[in-house]
Design a protein around this ligand. Structure first.
Ligand code: ADP
Ligand code: MG
Ligand code: MG
Length: 252
């Protein structure tokens, strides 16, 4: 079992404190969801974990099996087994999707353990079929001219191909129609198991109808203010954030 521990994390953007002491522990075998109102620091949390240089960690730790992730270079974090799906995936011109995936897989592997072309194609075919992706998507230039839904689906393909230990999925559901949402959920659910843990960041309960989380955290004002089971997300959908803020005495 692997553990990702976020301890008293404080993060500032341009000298403004956004995260004010986030505590959270995820084990492999678990899917956690973070929900919270807009502007509460959810994306800041995922950006800080992955080492986005615009976010300054002023206090606290992120530990992967006890090792301080925050001291590692970004590619080191990926090699260790962290995966981040961005809220706005970027376009990388000049490299095909398949080339990118194979390079990304091999970047994580030792010299004598590179994936063979045959093995790669087999994996790619299997995962693209699972996600109902057209074959031509493999030969398209990465994210160039992809629709919003195609980008999201492609992020999940990356997830399936890279097989990280922990994935942080920030608003992977935003802008998806129901069919695409179901495909994305199917991909994430197929990763579930003893060797994988996920932190799913979402503004809405809708995605959690298809990916039932083991643990739900509510984040407000830069902190995790409440933790519960899947029922907590259902309650939020009915009541909104105001009631819970009231109950916890948070000025929201
Ligand atoms: P969420 O993902 O929960 O909607 P974010 O983490 O994106 O919240 O944003 C948290 C807060 O940080 C917001 O108040 C937002 O305006 C602020 N913020 C985010 N990015 C920047 C930035 N680049 N510069 C200044 N403030 C920012
Ligand atoms: Mg936001
Ligand atoms: Mg966000």
């Amino acid at each position: 079992m692997a553990t990702l521990e976020i301890k008293d994390l404080h993060v500032t953007i341009e000298d403004k404190e956004i995260l004010k002491g986030v505590n959270l522990t995820i084990n492999t075998g678990e899917v956690h969801a973070i929900m919270g109102p807009n502007g509460t620091g959810k994306s800041t949390l995922s950006a800080a974990i992955m080492g986005n240089p615009n976010y300054t960690v002023t206090q606290g730790q992120v530990l992967f099996d006890g090792e301080n992730v925050l001291e590692m270079a970004v590619d080191e974090r990926a090699r260790l087994g962290l995966f981040l799906a961005m809220q706005y995936p970027s376009e990388i011109p000049g490299i095909t999707n398949a080339e990118f995936l194979r390079a990304a897989i091999n970047a994580k592997r030792a010299e004598d353990d590179k994936i063979s072309v045959m093995q790669f194609i087999k994996q790619l075919d299997k995962n693209m079929e699972l996600l109902s992706m057209k074959e031509e998507m493999a030969e398209r230039y990465l994210n160039e001219g992809f629709s919003g839904g195609e980008k999201k689906r492609n992020e999940i393909l990356q997830l399936l191909m890279l097989e990280p230990t922990f994935a942080i999925l920030d608003e992977i559901d935003s802008g998806l129609d129901i069919d695409a949402l179901k495909v994305v959920a199917k991909g994430v659910n197929s990763m579930r198991g003893e060797k994988f843990g996920a932190l799913i960041i979402t503004h809405y309960q809708r995605l959690l109808d298809y990916i039932t989380p083991d643990v739900v955290h509510i984040m407000m004002e830069g902190r995790v203010v409440k933790t519960g089971g899947a029922d907590l997300a259902k309650r939020l959908e009915v009541e909104g954030y105001a009631n819970i803020a009231d109950e916890l005495g948070i000025d929201y």
